[in-house]
Design a protein around this ligand. Structure first.
Ligand code: SIN
Ligand code: MN
Length: 277
């Protein structure tokens, strides 16, 4: 059964172009979520550079580039519906630019200050345009208290804010792209003003939910002050003709191979209609 029609995808693109984010009307099944969580738990126990911990703590903050070494994650990025969504939103074809899971552990998961992803990809990697898309898959139920993503609709159409002057700071350390001390942030007063004017949206919902958001949208997320973990899996698909020429950051942050993703279905990673709240 094809659960995502062409017209449904077209409707999503209109919302995405206008707001800079959209919600997929289908979610991954409980079975799929359980499988992905098992993989995340296993990878989190490994000692490797792709596994990043919270500052001064043994709590895992995020795991990176898993599609390159984990079979289930490699299968997920080829999911036909995800690839179709990414191609619709970017004009396709696409390849996987980044893959990460931000874990936001119960009580200890730290915030992500206001920022724009494209600031990193443009300034650090030389991505020519923001013609890429983030697909976010919730692995836990996400609510107001466990640090949901907050986006400012429409901010993706306003360019990049508050970039450091070229050459003023030298190359930032990649650790500053994955820690709470982010290298490229949008000033808090500016973001709060934008949010007051344009509104802001908390991306909450049940485990398995899928959202897309634009590389230039201004977004943040707060500390996890709840007893519930908030794991968010993020796949960034980039248009094949938008690959940076000579990126220098580690491969687990910037995939070098820009061969288009070949979609492939797998029964373990099923979708079902999203239940109405
Ligand atoms: C988060 O995991 O809350 C932040 C994700 C992002 O900034 O892309
Ligand atoms: Mn981000």
């Amino acid at each position: 059964m094809s659960v995502v029609t062409e017209s449904a995808l077209t409707g999503l693109k209109a919302a995405y172009d206008r707001d800079g984010w959209c919600e997929f009307p289908y979610r991954f099944t409980d079975q799929a979520v359980t499988l992905l969580k098992e993989r995340v738990a296993a990878i989190s126990r490994e000692r490797r550079p792709e596994v990043v911990h919270e500052k001064g703590s043994d709590k895992v903050r995020g795991i990176h580039g898993c599609h390159a070494f984990d079979e289930v994650c490699a299968t997920l990025v080829r999911h036909p519906k995800l690839v179709a969504l990414a191609e619709e939103l970017t004009g396709g074809p696409v390849y996987v630019y980044q893959f990460k899971v931000n874990l936001k552990q119960a009580h200890e998961g730290a915030a992500w200050p206001w920022h724009q992803d494209y600031a990193f990809w443009s300034e650090e990697d030389g991505m020519p345009t923001p013609n890429a898309v983030n697909i976010a898959l919730s692995l836990d139920d996400i609510h107001e208290g466990n640090g949901p993503l907050v986006v400012i609709p429409g901010s993706h159409r306003m360019g990049l804010f508050d970039l450091p002057e070229k050459g003023s700071e030298g190359d930032s350390d990649w650790q500053q792209h994955v820690s709470a001390d982010l290298a490229y942030t949008v000033r808090e007063e500016r973001a709060e003003k934008m949010a007051a004017e344009s509104g802001s949206v908390l991306i909450t919902g049940e485990a398995g939910a899928v959202h897309a958001f634009h590389p230039s949208i201004v977004h943040s997320s707060s500390n996890n002050v709840s007893p519930d973990r908030r794991a968010l899996l993020l796949i960034t698909y980039n248009a094949v003709d938008n690959a940076p020429e000579n990126p220098t950051r580690p491969e687990f942050l910037v995939t070098r191979d820009s061969t288009p993703v070949t979609p492939a279905a797998d029964d373990r990673l099923g979708l079902q209609p999203r239940s109405q709240a």
